[in-house]
Write a protein that binds this ligand. Structure first.
Ligand code: PMP
Length: 424
């Protein structure tokens, strides 16, 4: 008898029966408030009726209209819709299935377009699990240990993680930009550097918004040296941070933008956007794949972007995100185990810190487990695993946020009480 591989780790014991909006209903008959959204994927909530309808309709027309063989209308419509939201000048789109594949497509394009070999990533960044994407990932050695050699040509610069360095944001940004300039002098000459790759907010690396001045500093250097600036918007994009794209909290714009997760509410589709000029530097056929730009996923993507626009979900993410952060900050006041609360929109991280200032992964893990018992689904993140992250659906209501904060507080209280009586 076969069973699931132990290499697959599951954050909760929940077996899902069905789900709707912000709620997952287990086969145990319990309704869980879902603040994980499948790691920031079900942007319009679970099974949004418009997304369900679009997918159902498309399944009856054609499921797999293989895009290097024939073209299909959902992909053309999705491209048109993405064109309305992509930064000016990024008028050419390529599709794949997952975030990792899109990341690989982006670096392949950057290398082809510049003729240069190296990619600079920033410490704590997460860009995926395929071998090339894992080579670009520094959100934790667990993502790259044990299967070396990794892809070569990847160099890492510090991320301005102000809380960790004990600096204010301005000093952290100055430090990180100085170190990037030093990297250009010591390890990867600008002329050898194809791309700078960064998330507008670190996701798996700890839910840390990237300071706008850092993004702008990267743009300046990319312009100065002819390096492609790639924004990995896989987790931060499609309204998640309270702006359509996470990078829109700064004035910097990318040469290549990577999107996935939230664009199709759970259907596997990803994309990269770049200028036609940049895309044209790659030879026709250099990108492709059997399943990329699937018709059902593309139809769900069109419906998702429609719902995001018509239901004002970007604005909802901003408003509900402010409510969530205010609620979490008030929980922090009552529990000194919480060292930091931060985030943008509906992408909020709670960092647990021990009395000696070290990351407190045990408490974070215990709180994450306890939230499930409180019928709230959450995840952890961060290289040390000491950050609990909350990623509600963009359709989340005021009452659901209030309930989520109450349940989160109850979980923290239960863990702190258990430690106090020595039962943990
Ligand atoms: N980039 C970022 C920023 C991500 O958050 C993720 C997934 N967590 C990926 C890339 C990889 O996406 P996928 O798991 O779909 O390959």
């Amino acid at each position: 008898m076969a069973k699931l591989s132990p290499a697959l780790k599951q954050a909760t014991p929940v077996v899902v029966d069905h789900a709707l909006g912000s709620w997952i209903y287990g086969t145990d008959g319990i309704g869980y408030l879902d603040f994980t959204t499948g790691i920031g994927v079900t942007s319009t909530g679970h099974c949004h009726p418009k997304v369900v309808e679009a997918a159902r309709e498309q399944v009856g027309k054609i499921i797999h209209a293989q895009y290097t063989t024939v073209m299909h209308t959902p992909l053309l419509e999705l491209t048109e819709k993405l064109g309305e939201v992509l930064p000016a000048g990024l008028d050419s789109v390529f599709y794949a299935n997952s975030g990792s594949e899109a990341v690989e497509a982006a670096i392949r394009l950057a290398r082809m377009a510049t003729g240069r070999p190296n990619i600079v990533v920033f410490q704590g960044g997460f860009h995926g699990r395929t071998v090339a994407a894992a080579s670009l990932t520094t959100a934790g050695t667990k993502f790259s240990a044990g299967f070396s050699p990794l892809m070569s040509g990847v160099h890492m610069a510090p991320f301005p993680y102000a809380y960790r360095y004990g600096l204010d944001e301005t000093a952290a940004v100055e430090f990180a930009l100085r170190e990037l300039d030093y990297l250009f002098k010591t390890r990867t000459a600008p002329n050898d550097t194809a791309a700078l790759l960064i998330e507008p907010a670190l996701g798996d690396g700890g839910y840390l918004p990237t300071p706008p001045t850092f993004m702008e500093g990267l743009r300046e250097r990319a312009d100065q040296y002819g390096i492609k600036l790639i924004f990995d918007e896989v987790q931060a994009g499609v309204g998640r941070t309270g702006k359509f794209w996470g990078h829109q909290h700064s004035t910097a714009t990318p040469d290549i933008l990577i999107t996935a997760k939230g664009i199709a509410s759970g259907f596997p589709i990803s994309a990269i956007g770049a200028s036609t000029e940049t895309m044209s530097k790659a030879w026709p056929g250099s990108q492709g794949g059997t399943y990329g730009g699937n018709a059902v996923a593309a139809a769900a993507g069109v419906a998702t972007l429609d719902v995001v626009e018509k239901e004002g979900l970007v604005e909802n993410a901003r408003a509900r995100g402010e409510q969530l952060q205010a609620g979490l900050k008030s929980v922090q006041e009552r529990f000194p185990v919480i060292g930091d609360v931060r985030g943008l929109g509906l992408m909020q991280g709670i960092e647990f810190t021990a009395a000696n200032g070290n990351p407190d992964a045990d408490t974070a893990a215990a709180v994450q487990q306890e939230t499930t018992r409180q019928q709230l689904l959450t995840l952890t993140c961060g290289p040390a695993g000491n950050v609990v992250r909350l990623i509600p659906a963009l359709v989340v209501t005021e009452d659901e946020i209030t309930l989520g904060v109450e349940r989160f507080e109850a979980a923290v209280a239960a863990v702190v009480a258990a430690v106090a009586v020595g039962t943990s």
